[in-house]
Design a protein around this ligand. Structure first.
Ligand SMILES: NC(=O)c1ccc[n+]([C@@H]2O[C@H](COP(=O)([O-])OP(=O)(O)OC[C@H]3O[C@@H](n4cnc5c(N)ncnc54)[C@H](OP(=O)(O)O)[C@@H]3O)[C@@H](O)[C@H]2O)c1
Length: 163
């Protein structure tokens, strides 16, 4: 099972200057609950944006074409294909970004775990790929309003491939 997990603004934006656009504690909680114990696959830039390096209790896979790249508690692969080939058949894989890796992984993804944030940011330079509505079916949807820790309303929405 290959899932992609992302927090996406109304205009598809996911980042600016190699940083996330939003700080939504419930989104981080969901990210942790879904990915812990499993494999996360990310681009080198997303890895470098993690404040404390590799995320604990997960197999951290980093993609880079730089053959001298190394980082603690990570496995490094030169292509998405090689990274996926290293996974066992029953391994749960979460592609966690960024834009370039989402775009490449979309055709092989089975599920999309998105947090749709009801905002359009003033500035963004990284975007989630366009989704063909004919290819995806909503499996689960959960709306949340604002509160003192969440400045924007957001919806957790899981898509699976339409058969
Ligand atoms: N909203 C969200 O949920 C979310 C999640 C994750 C990231 N983001 C945001 O997304 C932005 C980063 O996205 P990005 O597209 O700039 O960077 P990225 O996808 O994180 O990393 C790009 C780098 O990964 C490596 N790479 C990508 N595809 C590869 C492949 N097929 N084979 C080998 N190496 C590959 C290359 O590294 P080398 O240059 O070292 O070769 C490439 O420069 C940031 O703003 C981040 O905050 C948002």
């Amino acid at each position: 099972m290959i899932s992609m997990i992302a927090a996406v603004a109304r205009n598809g934006a996911i980042g600016f200057e190699n940083k996330l656009l939003y700080w939504l504690p419930n989104d981080l909680k969901r990210f942790k609950a879904l990915t812990t114990g499993h494999t996360i696959v990310m681009g080198r830039r997303t890895f470098e944006s993690l404040p404390k390096g590799a995320l604990p209790n997960r197999r951290n896979v980093v993609l880079t074409r730089n053959t001298s790249f190394a980082a603690e508690n990570t496995e490094v692969f030169p292509s998405l294909e090689a990274a996926l080939a290293s996974c066992l058949p029953d391994e749960e894989v979460f592609v966690i970004g960024g834009a370039s890796v989402y775009a490449e992984a979309l055709p092989v993804a089975d599920r999309l775990c998105l947090t749709l944030v009801e905002d359009t940011p003033a500035r963004a330079d990284a975007f989630f790929p366009w989704l063909n509505p004919a290819e995806w079916r909503v499996e689960h949807e959960e709306h949340h309003g604002t509160d003192d820790r969440h400045a924007f309303p957001y919806t957790f929405i899981d898509y699976v491939r339409a058969r």
